[in-house]
Design a protein around this ligand. Sequence first.
Ligand SMILES: C=C(O[C@H]1C=CC=C(C(=O)O)[C@@H]1O)C(=O)O
Length: 450
Amino acid sequence: MMNDSPGSPLPSAGAVDELPAAPSLRSITFERPPMSEHGLLDYVVRDDSFVWGRRGNGMVGFGEAARFASSGPGRFAEARAWWDAVVRAAESRNDAGLPGSGPVAFASFSFSFTSARPSRMIVPEIVVGRRDDASWLTYTTSDPDAELSVAAAEARLATLLDDVSVEHELGEGGDRLVEGQVSEDGYRAHVAAGVEAIKAGRLTKLVLARDAVAELSAPIAVAQVLRELALRYADCWTYSVDGLIGSTPEMLVQVEGDTARARVLAGTLDRATAPAGEPGYARRMLSGDEKQRHEHSLAIDSLTEQLGPLVTGMNSPKEPFVLELPNVWHLASDVEARLSVGADGTRPSALDLAEVLHPTAAVCGTPTEAAGALIRQLEGMDRGPYAGPVGWVDAAGNGEFGIALRGGVVETPTRVRLYAGCGIVAASDPEAELAESWAKMRPMREALNL
Ligand SMILES: C=C(O[C@H]1C=CC=C(C(=O)O)[C@@H]1O)C(=O)O
């Protein structure tokens, strides 16, 4: 359902008949002096930039050299075909040779094939990247006459940095958070209906989401919000792709050469309601709780079952650890796998894997099809890019796709829709899940000062 071909492990299941026309891009990548851990954040100054980063590593993109949009069940396959065509046609010189260097596409995919919001891939004109001691700049252009040199790239970056966004006091002068498409009562009712469906044996787990709308009195200062999220939620991946912004703790898939990694989360405890001075509280309440462990194991199974056929070896820990974030604790598992080489001699790319793995039971449910259908029926809202893959891919197939959680969509400069969802199992309580959804919106609310 959510994938083009549910249950099929092979990305080729979503092949497209006709290759889309791809622009002829030229690019140059060169190394720059090392940056400090906060160095990359100094580039997060424009509201329209593309951002992907965690703990000072990542990329900031500016401008647009190329863009692609797709919708429906074939959205991943079409995006893949477009990116393959772009890569084949591109002339690039890459002196950095690291994952993320050379031309890259930032991408955001809608959660559902029914979404009205197109999925998108954008190749920025300029990308500044950092990975520990290495730092690089990539300049990509579709202009056949553009000069492709270090000096021209630095000059273009300087021009783009001249036009930085205006900072202002957020949360001032009548900013407010209002009800979204799913009210609090509506959410309680959805959770209760989900629990009934689970008890009736229609499915085992379901993730139900709701939204809330931030109405601002002045245009949102996206760059400022992103910097705050990145500093406060240092263990999360902070993202900004075409109006989708946030800081996610969950990694759908990270590909580096022949290695794939994922961070699976499910099972949550709000830190705001935790008793002070009780060591071991989070571990006891999460690792020692049957409901939370059950929720988590279903999320792990959904990932490993889909990943299994594409890898030669997988390391999936037996026991989850407790991930501590400023707002919540989560049960978390880091999975690592060695990717197999397929019949065509290639390994799956980050984009291939994002398609195969999405949606995991951390955002949809078990079984996937039944959960997806019930989500559409009960939520009655378009999740858009919320809970979809967000991240980047490079020309070699390396990339990172987080699950777009703990964020929102900038619908207009003064209107941001926040989303949050909770895993529902037979033992779920509507009131507790509503409270948990508020806790999951806290990072964005705090960054917006709401
Ligand atoms: C669906 C969300 O979180 C997922 C990720 C971690 C823990 C979850 C949970 O405990 O319910 C959710 O499965 C969200 O943040 O909107």
